[in-house]
Ligand binder design. Structure first.
Ligand code: HEC
Length: 146
C-alpha cells in the first residue's frame, strides 16, 4: 500500500468519525412525541400495578415517569419557540408532573397506597392540564388530536 493511499484512508476514516459524531450530537435524545408515547405506556403499566397492589412495580413505573428521557436540543428549541411567553406555565406543569411522580415512587417504596393515589391524581392532572393548555401550539402537523 502506498503512502498516499494510507493518508487518504486515514482522512476518510476521520471524516466518517466526525460525521457520525456530528450526526449523533444533533439527533441526541428522542423526539417530544416519542417521550409522550413512552409516558403513556408507563402510565398504563403504573395503573395495572396499582390495581394489583404491586408496590415494587408502582415504584418502578412512577420513577420512570419522574426520570423520563429529555428531548434532543433541537426538539427543546422547537418546543421553547412554540411555547413562547407561556414558558413559565409550561415548566410549572412539567415540574408538577415530575415532582408528583417522584413522590408517588417514594410513597410506593413505603407501601403507602393513599399517598400513591394522591400523587397519581396530581400526575394525571398535570398530563391533562398541559395538553389542554399547549397541544394546539405544539402538535406536529401529522399528530392526530389527543
Ligand atoms: C408540560 C407539558 C406536557 C406534560 C406535562 C405532558 N404532556 Fe403529553 N403532550 C404534550 C404536548 C404539547 C403534546 C403534543 C406533542 C406533539 O404532537 O408533538 C403531547 C402529546 C401527548 C400524547 C400523544 C402522542 C402522540 O402519539 O401523538 C400522549 C399519549 C401524551 N402526551 C401523554 C402524556 C402523559 C401520559 C403525560 C403525563 C405523565 C403527559 N403527556 C404529560 C405536553 C405535555
Amino acid at each position: 500500500m502506498t503512502l498516499s493511499h494510507t493518508v487518504r484512508r486515514a482522512a476518510l476514516a476521520l471524516v466518517t468519525v466526525a460525521w457520525l459524531a456530528g450526526g449523533a450530537a444533533a439527533q441526541e435524545g428522542p423526539a417530544f412525541k416519542e417521550i409522550m408515547q413512552g409516558l403513556a405506556e408507563d402510565m398504563n403499566h403504573l395503573n395495572a400495578a396499582i390495581f394489583a397492589e404491586n408496590f415494587e412495580a408502582i415504584e418502578r413505573y412512577a420513577s420512570a415517569i419522574a426520570h423520563h428521557p429529555r428531548p434532543s436540543p433541537a426538539e427543546r428549541a422547537r418546543l421553547m419557540e412554540a411555547v413562547g411567553p407561556r414558558v413559565e406555565l409550561f415548566q410549572s406543569i412539567d415540574h408538577s408532573v415530575h415532582g408528583g411522580a417522584g413522590e408517588m415512587a417514594e410513597a410506593a417504596g413505603v407501601g403507602d397506597m393513599d399517598g400513591v393515589l394522591r400523587y397519581h391524581a396530581r400526575v394525571m392532572q398535570g398530563c391533562v392540564a398541559c395538553h389542554a393548555a399547549f397541544r394546539d401550539e405544539l402538535m406536529q402537523p401529522d399528530t392526530p388530536k389527543l
